[in-house]
Write a protein that binds this ligand. Structure first.
Ligand code: FES
Length: 102
């Protein structure tokens, strides 16, 4: 497991899970998964928070924009952005963006 927050031992996959249930800010991550926000690893949180689909290198902001522009299914987001076309690990995040519209 790749640890991001070394103070509280919070891994990358835990942070991605938190994003898939709606966390979009560092403060929300701190509240949900107890990232400290102060350690060296936490200095990378802004970058991680903008990863949408790592297979296709699609930023989260692009996925959010596609949803705001009317994409209301994962396949529609995939068509517009290329996200969620490979391994599928980003699918829960894309589903959450569609649900939250953000
Ligand atoms: S991370 Fe999006 S398809 Fe793999």
């Amino acid at each position: 497991m790749r640890i991001i927050c070394t103070t509280n031992n919070v891994g990358y996959s835990t942070i991605r899970w938190a994003m898939s249930i709606g966390c979009r800010t560092k403060e929300e991550l701190k509240e949900t998964v107890d990232t400290c926000l102060d350690c060296e690893g936490c200095q990378d949180l802004d970058r991680i928070l903008n990863i949408g689909c790592s297979c296709e290198n699609v930023p989260l902001s692009e996925i959010i924009q596609a949803v705001k522009d009317g994409a209301d299914t994962v396949s529609e987001v995939s068509k517009r952005t290329d996200a969620a076309n490979e391994c599928g690990r980003c699918r829960p995040l894309v589903e959450n963006v569609i649900e939250k519209k953000a």
